[in-house]
Write a protein that binds this ligand. Structure first.
Ligand SMILES: Cc1cc2nc3c(=O)[nH]c(=O)nc-3n(C[C@H](O)[C@H](O)[C@H](O)COP(=O)(O)OP(=O)(O)OC[C@H]3O[C@@H](n4cnc5c(N)ncnc54)[C@H](O)[C@@H]3O)c2cc1C
Length: 482
């Protein structure tokens, strides 16, 4: 046989063997994925996941592990090969809920191996002094800074190993008919594509085309709120291949009505997010205005950002807007379901948008794994057990903006933090502070709020008891001295 033909045959053979191995591995994983060894009673349908962002690529993995045929459609190019990736925030804070969802598909360790732990907030005051508030001095839990692109790549690469996931990039969903399960996609420089699926999963973000179709259905409730603040991303580059600030913190410059934060990146730079009312952005018209603004409010950050780079980065892009979206239900019969930002976009100040979206996957797949459940019942159960919590985290995210930009530097906030930490140390299962319950547990978000309410009540009662005790004692002393 000719040598090149022989080598070619060997290559083909090797590929077939690899594919067989991969299929065998997948089958093994599929058996494991049912957890209790029991198979869900939902038949193995064709699923179309719309959006291959963080939540869509995770959802696709989960469906594939359960043996469904999955088509994953993404509007953009493949993020792994695209030269310029446009999109929101470069890095994100990963916490317990996201970690748990990643662990369920066997990816937590891989993601954490390159993530940067952030143990607390490092607060920068207007003079440039810093102070540290640890997230969890008792059990030492922390947030992890992860690159959005890297995380998305890890998820897509994991999906690539499943023969039952089919990726379709540059496919923008333009219309959908749930009853027929039919979809139409726009493609650059090509004719529209058409496809069919038994279940359509909308993971297509805050401006979801799938949700747009659901809105027309009777009983679908929806609200959205733009906030008057926008954000703009800047960068503190590495210097001599080192971080210019301590790496293991989420840095915050709280300035009452606005703030700046910075999260560390793998390449030893920091991604800096400046959040302010749009009218404050609009007042900065020239490089001189910008430098004066930074000298006034962010004096210590200025040399780290570099004046020239700051001017270039600031004026090259426009501040992005932020919105909060609530809706209910998240499903339409047994035909469609929304996950992630498509179901509940939130302002980014609790660092929970992605974590909550990934937790949607955990919840949905734990329901789908139940034996004796039909798909329509599973989707109904998903909506019913999720919407209150999703609405709660949207509200908490709004609240946390005020906490980060204003409350963190107040004495009352520091006292409360001290009390919470002390009580948590002594009663770790009973007194879980709000931030810890949201970021470091899987306690339903709604319960996190209820928890905080009874804690507030107890502290208020203790405060008033001490105050009245002090008043009674003072009065008694006064009377006896008369
Ligand atoms: C500044 C900022 C900072 C943030 N920081 C954090 C953080 O620290 N921690 C955290 O947990 N969350 C954070 N978030 C929130 C987080 O980014 C989102 O919650 C998360 O990206 C949601 O993922 P998703 O997959 O649901 O949506 P997206 O990430 O929006 O992905 C949707 C995907 O669908 C595709 N798509 C859209 N329309 C179509 C269509 N018609 N057809 C096909 N495909 C389509 C898009 O191209 C995209 O790839 C932050 C958000 C912002 C803006």
């Amino acid at each position: 046989m000719h040598l090149s033909a022989f080598l070619h045959d060997r290559c083909v053979l090797k590929k077939i063997v690899e594919k067989c191995h991969s299929t065998l591995e997948m089958n093994e994983k599929l058996v494991q994925s049912t957890g209790n060894g029991l198979q869900s009673s939902i038949p193995k349908l064709n699923v179309a996941v719309i959006g291959a962002g963080l939540v869509g690529s995770l959802a696709a993995l989960n469906f594939a592990r359960k043996g469904y045929e999955v088509d994953l459609y993404e509007y953009r190019q493949d993020i792994r090969t695209a030269e310029l990736v446009q999109g929101r925030s470069i890095n994100l804070a990963l916490s317990q809920r996201g970690r748990k969802a990643l662990a369920e598909v066997g990816l937590e360790d891989e993601v954490l191996s390159t993530a940067i732990p952030m143990r607390g907030r490092m607060l920068h005051d207007v003079k440039g002094n810093t102070s540290i508030v640890l997230y969890d001095p008792c059990t030492k839990q922390c947030l992890y800074s992860v690159g959005r692109k890297h995380l998305n790549e890890v998820l897509l690469n994991a999906g690539e190993k499943f023969p039952n996931i089919h990726h379709h990039f540059e496919h923008k969903l333009s219309s959908v008919n749930f009853n027929e399960g039919s979809m139409r996609f726009k493609r650059p420089f090509q004719e529209d594509a058409e496809a069919k699926a038994d279940l359509i999963v909308g993971c297509d973000g805050a401006f979801s085309a799938v949700r747009q179709q659901m809105i027309k259905k009777y009983g679908f409730n929806f609200s959205q709120e733009y906030i008057e603040h926008g954000y703009l991303e800047l960068c503190i580059p590495a210097k001599n291949n080192e971080f210019q600030m301590p790496a293991n913190y989420l840095h915050i410059w709280p300035r009452d009505t606005f703030m700046m934060i910075a999260l560390p990146n793998q390449d030893k730079s920091f991604t800096v997010t400046l959040s302010m009312p749009f009218k404050v952005f609009a007042d900065i018209k020239t490089p001189k205005d910008l430098l004066e603004f930074f000298i006034k409010y962010y004096i210590d950050a200025l040399p780290l950002l570099g004046e020239e780079k700051l001017i270039k980065d600031f004026f090259k892009s426009k501040p992005q807007y932020l919105l909060s979206i609530k809706c209910n239900p998240y499903h339409f019969e047994s035909k469609a379901v929304l996950l992630g930002d498509a179901a509940h976009a939130m302002v980014p100040y609790y660092g929970q948008g992605m974590n909550a979206g990934m937790e949607d996957c955990s919840l949905l797949f734990s329901i789908i794994s139940q034996t004796e459940i039909t798909l329509d019942k599973a989707l109904l159960q998903f909506t019913e057990s999720r919407w209150r919590d999703a609405h709660a985290i949207c509200d908490l995210a709004m609240y946390n903006y005020v906490e980060m930009r204003d409350l963190t530097k107040r004495v009352t906030f520091k006292c409360r933090k001290f009390l919470d930490t002390t009580l948590f140390r002594f009663f770790p299962t009973i007194w879980v502070p709000l931030y810890n319950s949201v970021s470091f547990t899987s306690m339903p978000y709604n319960k996190c709020i209820a928890n905080r309410k009874w804690q507030d009540k107890i502290l208020r009662n203790i405060f008033y008891t001490i105050l009245s005790g002090a008043l009674v004692t003072a009065t008694a002393l006064y009377v006896t001295n008369l």
